[in-house]
Design a protein around this ligand. Structure first.
Ligand code: ADP
Ligand code: ZN
Ligand code: ZN
Length: 744
């Protein structure tokens, strides 16, 4: 017998099956899905490989499999093959997602750590490290092994490195001395379920709306059929209660439930709701803050069917669940469900495949559904379930929109409108808490007229143009259109054109000046360090009753602060002007979610949205908390301008250390695709430098294609990539992403 195996290496050239003879004594044991060791090339070392097919014989099989390490479910191998094609990556990259955390399959006792442990992180960008490996700067196999292990498991401990890589502590120390890694002392985040004492909760009698939704999903469970549901319900409408009752139904049938939530909302508070209902024994939690040993243990509890409810972030979709009964994806609009790293998979798509395979329901829940998901439901391609009322009758907050142009006309040049200033002052006096939100997503500065709110948009794309400081030009990141920098507003003739780029840091300074007695805490990527997690900051805000929390969109999700009665959005415009077709959608989602932070219990909440565009429909809809009105307007725009869900946006990204090569390859890819792809169906834009044209000394170019990605188009793109890989380029890397989260 002969096995077709995939070598576990990320080199693109080995992304194909190789034939190996199966020794007699292993014939019964080796299956599709087996992890084996094989000799490969001239290397003396055995390589890890996965069996993806078995056949009678092959003329190419000259070598033999040496050892069987572990077995993976066959269906996962099928999934990995499907993913590799769909997401343009190596099969081995996909299989890795399905393996237990850590690469060694020796069970490790869950270590009870001290209060503080040393956590190891990379000190250089992975691209830089890979470059040093390629150029021979890093030669030692052990060094490479450790660096890759840390890349995959940031924050791991030295003992974990020792166990999982088989390398010694001394080597880790050498890497630290040479500046490749850093060792940081960190407070341990225990597995949230250890020592947890949560009050038991009982099933609540569902409201009529909830019951109708529940019954429809239950039908699919009863009949053992696949069905996709969108559970659209305003914040607090009782979606989670429905999940809990569905899960109860599932585990009563001795099946398993898989629940995905965005990483950032995977907080102890959220997990408490599940533990309160079902107890901790049958729940497994998978998230990045668990140590690798803990993740490994959770993985095994799932595999051994000890855990019947799995709650986790994106990658938990690959947990080795047996006997799956339902998949629930909460906050389905959240962009974190799509991976931005290779494999660039979408967990919602994977969930859909798994639900179909298992003939079970897939439930997507949100208060602000992704436009594409809602469109799909409206088209009748999934079942829409709507909850219109809050379950506990608490009121939605009062939302007020403030026109910053008016403030300016009244001589107020500060970041706070008079009204927001007064409300903050009042809140501090009354010992209530305030959240100030300033969305600084994106790197580029945008340009706006302070007199009339005019922003420069590309005439071809209806996307805000971005100011490029270096060339002193405005550019459209979609089609490459350029315009000179404006001095005079073409709309109103004023010269009050300004560049915007205020951040949270500046805001904090200003608040400290305006309210010197108030306590403040700031949360953004700069303050979320390896030592202070997102969670720590939020806990401090809550427990120390800090007056004001200032933050980026990180403050939007997850937490429940009973004492927060005021939420201020400093400039809603910064998300309106990101150069992305989803700008309106993101604005609406963020504003609706931020508004949901205020007045969640008996205290009534107030939300102030400051903006230069008070009439913008996404702001108006958020003010009214009216998703339907937002949807109707936005879907019409997408249709007219041909953006998703009416087509896909395919981004071919190149990066390189060689300018000549990257330009040449970009052009060849462009020409090849022009030849192969149907010109009627696809609009291929010329290769262009990416908006961020260089990262860590690697030049970045891209080709954007608009059209529906059919099976045929997918084949053409895969074929194109293969041709590129066969060129054996040393300096340039190419990847493809469909509808990426980020257009920079
Ligand atoms: P969502 O997930 O939609 O935000 P939750 O399920 O968290 O909503 O419900 C919001 C609040 O309403 C919770 O405190 C929950 O206990 C309560 N609740 C949910 N369903 C009911 C119900 N049928 N009757 C009374 N209270 C309910
Ligand atoms: Zn103007
Ligand atoms: Zn354009």
């Amino acid at each position: 017998m002969v096995a077709e195996v995939i070598i576990n290496r990320s080199a693109k050239k080995v992304n194909r099956a190789f034939d190996y003879n199966i020794p007699k004594e292993l014939e019964e044991l080796i299956l599709v899905g087996s992890m084996v060791l094989v000799p490969f090339g001239n290397s003396k070392k055995l390589e890890e490989a996965y069996v993806v097919g078995i056949k009678e014989n092959s003329q190419y099989a000259t070598k033999e499999i040496v050892k069987l390490k572990d077995n993976l479910e066959q269906s996962y191998i099928q999934l990995a093959k499907w993913m590799a094609k769909k997401y343009f990556c190596n099969i081995s990259d996909c299989i890795k997602l399905m393996l237990p955390p850590g690469t060694r399959t020796k069970n490790e006792e869950n270590k009870i750590h001290d209060k503080k442990i040393n956590c190891v992180y990379l000190n250089k960008d992975i691209e830089t490290i890979e470059f040093e490996i390629e150029t021979g700067n890093i030669k030692s196999e052990k060094h490479k092994k450790i660096l890759y292990f840390i890349k995959n498991n940031p924050g791991c401990t030295i003992p974990e490195i020792e166990i999982f890589t088989g390398c010694s502590r001394a080597i880790v120390k050498t890497l630290e001395k040479n500046g490749y890694i850093q060792i940081v002392e960190k407070k341990v985040e225990r597995n949230p379920l250890i020592n947890k004492k949560v009050e038991k909760t009982k099933k609540i009698k569902l409201t009529q709306e909830q019951e109708e939704a529940y019954n429809q999903i239950e039908q699919s469970i009863k009949k053992h059929i696949y069905e996709k549901f969108l559970l659209y319900g305003v914040t607090g409408s009782g979606k989670t209660e429905i999940y809990l009752q569905l899960i109860e139904n599932i585990i009563n049938q001795n099946k398993t439930a898989l629940v995905l939530v965005p990483e950032i909302s995977l907080t102890p508070q959220m997990i408490d709701r599940f533990v309160g209902r079902f107890g901790k024994e049958q729940i497994a939690v998978l998230h990045s803050k668990l140590s690798i040993g803990e993740r490994y243990d959770e993985w095994n509890r799932i595999k051994q069917e000890k855990a019947k409810i799995i709650i986790g972030a994106r990658s938990a979709i690959f947990a080795p669940v047996k006997n799956l009964g339902i998949i629930i994806i909460d906050e389905e609009h959240d962009s974190s469900y799509k991976s931005e790293m290779t494999p660039k998979y979408d967990a919602k798509e994977i969930a859909n495949v798994l639900a179909k395979q298992n003939n079970i329901p897939l439930v997507l829940g949100s208060a602000t559904p992704d436009l594409g998901t809602y469109y799909e439901a409206k088209q009748g391609n999934s079942t829409l379930l709507t909850l219109t009322k809050r379950a506990n009758n608490s009121k939605l907050p009062k939302v007020k929109v403030i026109d910053l142009k008016q403030e300016l006309a009244n001589g107020n040049r500060s970041m706070l409108s008079n009204e927001l200033y007064n409300l903050i002052e009042k809140n501090i006096k009354e010992k209530r808490q305030t959240i100030l939100f300033l969305n600084r997503r994106g790197y580029s500065t945008f340009i706006m007229c302070r007199e009339c709110g005019y922003t420069v948009k590309c005439k071809n794309c209806d996307i805000s143009m971005t100011y490029h400081k270096y060339q002193n030009k405005l550019k459209c990141h979609y089609c490459g259109h350029e315009e000179p920098v404006l001095k005079i507003c073409p709309e109103c003739g004023s010269n009050k054109i300004r560049y915007f780029g205020t951040g949270t840091q500046k805001l904090e300074q200003e608040i400290n000046k305006l309210f010197p007695k108030a306590t403040t805490i700031r949360m953004d990527v700069d303050t979320i360090s390896k030592k202070n997690s997102h969670e720590d900051i939020l806990n401090k805000f809550k427990n120390d009753n800090i007056d004001i929390l200032i933050g980026t969109q990180m403050v939007v999700k997850g937490h429940h602060f009973p004492n927060v009665t005021l939420v201020g959005v400093i400039a809603a415009d910064s998300s309106l002007n990101i150069d992305d077709y989803r700008a309106n959608e993101r604005t609406f989602q963020i504003l609706t979610q931020v508004a949901g932070r205020a007045g969640r219990e008996n205290l009534e909440g107030t939300v102030i949205i400051q903006t230069y565009n008070p009439e913008s429909f996404s702001i108006q809809c958020a003010k009214k908390q009216d998703y339907n009105m937002f949807y109707k307007t936005e879907i019409e725009l997408r249709k007219q301008l041909k953006y998703p869900p009416f087509c896909d946006i395919i981004v071919i990204g190149l990066n390189s250390i060689n300018e000549e090569e990257i330009i040449k390859i970009s052009k060849s890819i462009y020409n090849y695709l022009n030849l192969k792809l149907d010109q009627e169906e696809f609009k291929i834009f010329k290769p262009m430098p990416s908006p961020i044209s260089k990262i860590q000394n690697r030049l970045r170019w891209r080709i954007i294609i608009k059209g529906n990605i059919t099976k045929e188009a997918n084949n053409i793109l895969n074929e194109c990539l293969k041709k590129v890989y066969n060129l054996n380029l040393k300096a340039t890397r190419v990847s493809i992403d469909i509808n990426p989260n980020n257009m920079i």
